[in-house]
Design a binder for this molecule. Structure first.
Ligand SMILES: *Cc1c(COP(=O)(O)O)cnc(C)c1O
Length: 354
């Protein structure tokens, strides 16, 4: 599908079957191998992966390689690009398992907060950015940091999970690699775990693909098929989620129970200046703090529409108190993922629960 079409058209038409075939061909889950020709063995490649990789690659502006989860994608990338003794820069406030992952590798890890300041990139092999950061919803300037990293000879990867390829195109902004947990808004229905790596570097994509084949960490075709079916409504879902996030931001702002409210789409948010330059839409994820863990539990018990869930980006509004998972953030900090409910219902429910 031509990049000249709008986002909604592109995701809806990300599968376009030939006459007489279903719009979205069935998953190849019943077949471990194909007789003869390409797609010979299901660990190397198959038609269901190719369909979604084609769609995600076109949206990212690169070549996409699917993995069974976001962490599998990040870990495959780190195995491909990092050698013992290399220096890697990761966000100190990003997805906590990314830090756990690199801490276990024979590399030197330098942590930097998403808003900066960043260290010198001299001697650095990989700069892994995450913007907006999960859970803090801070934003960094992908173009400026990519230029600085490239001047020092470093490779730049961006975790684009929170933004999705419709919210932000890191490869077009100068990054070398995108990593994503498609478990969240990309698949969007809270029914699969999935991830991908995208890059404009064909040689790097081939190495990532070879790593997947060798490691054997491959996604199930049925999960890939479900994610592809979900992708068709990404534009619609993000539009409602962002509308709901904007309304919740306005309703929560100034409430005495709420502090540290963050949503990069709000003009008075510290991230807005950079976010409005590099993001194409802001999505539905907000972060704020209630007094403590008990206040969050009370809020959840009184809400009829907000479910406690550690994932985000789905149809339902969900809330996660991050400190319970060992994320080093304040006890009462929550990440709220606005779903696709009616805006008035959601705002009324959240205000009543507060
Ligand atoms: C969820 C998440 C991951 C990990 O993805 P999984 O699919 O759960 O393995 C990585 N990065 C970010 C920013 C995430 O939110």
């Amino acid at each position: 599908m031509s990049a000249e079409y709008g986002d909604g058209t592109r995701v809806v038409h990300s599968v376009r079957a030939a006459a007489g075939e279903p719009f979205l061909g069935g998953p190849v889950f019943a077949s471990a191998y194909h007789l003869g020709g390409g797609n010979a063995y299901g660990r190397s490649d198959n038609a269901t992966w190719q369909a979604l990789e084609g769609a995600l690659g076109a949206l990212d502006g690169g070549e996409a390689v699917l993995f069974p989860s976001g962490m599998a994608a990040i870990s495959a990338l780190s195995r491909v690009v990092l050698a013992p003794g290399d220096v890697v820069v990761v966000p100190s406030d990003g997805y906590y398992l990314t830090r756990t992952l690199v801490a276990g590798l024979p590399v030197r890890v330098v942590e930097a907060p998403t808003v900066g300041p960043y260290p010198s990139f001299e001697g650095v092999r990989l700069v892994l950015l995450e913007t907006p950061s999960n859970p803090g919803m801070d934003v960094c300037d992908i173009a400026a940091l990519s230029a600085a990293a490239h001047a020092a000879g470093a490779l730049v990867a961006v975790d684009n999970t929170t933004a999705t390829p419709l919210g932000q195109r890191p490869l077009a902004l100068g990054a070398d690699v995108v990593v994503s947990s498609d478990t969240k808004a990309v698949a969007g229905h809270s029914d699969v775990l999935l991830g991908h790596v995208s890059t404009v570097d064909a040689e790097l994509a081939a190495r990532v693909r070879a790593e997947r084949t060798t490691s054997g960490a491959i996604p199930g075709p049925f999960e890939v098929w479900l994610a592809h079916r979900g992708l068709g409504t990404l534009d619609l879902r993000l539009a409602r989620q962002a509308e709901n996030a904007a309304a919740l931001y306005a309703a929560l702002r100034g409430r005495p129970e709420v502090t540290g409210l963050r949503w990069p789409g709000a003009p008075d948010d510290p991230a807005f200046a950079v976010a409005s330059r590099q993001m194409r839409r802001f999505g539905g994820v907000l972060t704020f703090r209630l007094r403590d863990a008990a206040a969050v539990a009370d809020f959840l018990s009184r809400s009829a529409l907000v479910a406690a869930s550690t994932s985000f980006g789905g149809l339902h509004t969900t809330l996660d108190r991050r400190a319970q998972w060992g994320d080093p953030v304040p006890e009462g900090l929550v990440r709220l993922s606005a779903g696709c409910e009616d805006t008035a219902d959601l705002v009324a429910d959240v205000l009543a629960a507060l």
